[in-house]
Write a protein that binds this ligand. Structure first.
Ligand code: AMP
Length: 416
């Protein structure tokens, strides 16, 4: 029950209106520690309820403490515009019975307007790093009295090359702040470096392994000869699989456009989302999807992280992602909140080894599926067939086993 947390009645009311009955595991673990102003390093994925897990304690602290400083009180940095819009919408829902104000700052929107939005000094700023750095350069944002800094999907921010921008922003934040860093994947060297630079004696919360997070998802692979064969397989799957919503992932903008074009030519309404689309086009695609104008979204990885699209029960990897964590992020769009999901990857001869390495990363062997109407000539590597050895049967990767919640206590911070 949310009543176990000491949250302001306006927040409790908002939670009730959102229909949340129970805190999710990440909320159970994070809220009490965040309310104690601990720095936190959290491994949790979109879909776990992580946004409310950091927003609720932040809002509680903003409501319960008097502020005599200037500038923003809380800053949430996120890697993509879509995720920023989602966090902003969530924050608005949670603050609807309070006087707290939040502002959304992302690239692609009007710069002058954003300068104006920051003038009345909203309590909460939700931003992508690139645009925020530019506003800081203009002196339009002030974080000198910041109380809480959140780096959401920090691993993705590093992947997207925001490391310098993030560090510039962090350098302008009050050193007395509380800091919370979230990532979907387990620590790597660069993430570790960022955490060291930003957090002070953090509590570490690791909710589940990559494998556990995917326990409600069925993973299948279908072998394909080439791109033409893949397009036919995709068309067949979309016509024959039952699904509410499907995301088809491609590795490049060119592939996404080509797939979108092929499906449209074959009479299917689809949306295409990739980084080259401008903000207005992206917003239009997302609103059409939410309005159920179509049920298939073709996307590059720009849409893989952060987007919380309800009812996605089928993910198709037209191209296999290049890394295991990319696979996790893509297929994590389905099987959310305990619902079942299906992930189907189309594997060409050149992608076999990649698929095998992802199986090892997940410590899981994907189900092999054949579509008899469209059987091609490729049936897997010859050597493997001769030895009868499964690609997923190799030794487990060490960090794939990490699990559970570790909570090393640390001294309480004094309120700034
Ligand atoms: P997130 O992981 O923050 O992207 O959240 C995923 C979805 O879970 C969002 O649609 C939230 O509104 C929803 N959610 C968050 N917390 C809860 C909860 N305690 N009970 C039910 N749904 C929740």
């Amino acid at each position: 029950m949310f009543s176990q947390f000491e949250l302001h009645k306006s927040l409790q009311l908002a939670i009730q209106e959102l229909g949340y009955q129970q805190p999710t595991p990440v909320q159970e673990a994070v809220i009490p520690l965040a309310l104690e102003q601990a720095d936190l390093r959290i491994t949790a994925e979109t879909g776990s309820g992580k946004t409310a897990a950091f927003l609720l304690p932040i809002l509680q602290q903003l409501l319960s403490r008097r502020f005599s400083g200037c500038g923003a009180r809380a800053l949430v940095l996120v890697p993509t515009r879509e995720l920023a819009a989602q966090v902003y919408a969530h924050c608005r829902e949670l603050t609807r019975h309070t006087n707290l104000k939040q502002v959304l700052i992302t690239g692609g929107d009007n710069f002058g307007l954003q300068m104006k939005l920051l003038e009345p000094q909203p309590e909460v700023v939700i931003a992508t790093p690139g645009r925020l750095v530019k506003l800081l350069d203009q002196g339009s944002a002030d974080f000198s009295h910041l109380e809480v800094l959140v780096l959401d999907e920090a691993d993705r921010m590093l992947d997207m090359g925001f490391s310098d921008a993030v560090m510039t922003i962090v350098g302008q934040c009050s050193p007395n702040r509380q800091s919370i860093l979230l990532s979907a994947t387990l620590a790597n060297k660069r993430l570790h470096g960022l955490a060291e630079a930003v957090l002070t004696e953090p509590e570490v919360i690791t909710l589940s392994t990559v494998q556990e997070r995917h326990s409600t998802i069925r993973h299948q692979v279908v072998l394909a000869d080439d791109v033409e064969h893949k397009l036919k397989l995709l068309s067949w799957l979309l016509a024959n699989e039952g699904y509410q919503r499907c995301i088809v992932f491609a590795n490049s903008r060119e592939h996404a456009d080509r797939i979108g074009g092929y499906l449209v030519t074959n009479g299917r309404r689809v949306g295409v989302l990739h980084g080259e689309k401008d903000q207005a086009q992206r917003n239009r695609v997302m609103s059409l999807l939410y309005a159920k104008a179509f049920d298939v979204l073709v996307a590059t990885d720009v849409a893989a992280r952060g987007l919380d699209i309800e009812g996605v029960d089928l993910v198709i990897n037209f191209d296999m992602p290049r890394r295991g964590d990319g696979y996790v992020h893509r297929t994590g769009r389905t099987g959310r909140a305990g619902h079942e999901g299906l992930a189907i990857s189309l594997i060409s001869p050149l992608e076999w080894n990649l698929m095998a390495s992802i199986e090892r990363y997940l410590c899981q062997r994907f189900e092999r599926r054949g579509i008899k109407e469209l059987r091609g000539s490729y049936s897997g590597p010859k050597k493997l067939k001769a030895s009868g050895k499964a690609a997923g049967s190799k030794k487990r990767k060490k960090d794939g086993k990490k699990t559970a919640v570790s909570k090393a206590r640390r001294p309480k911070k004094s309120a700034s």
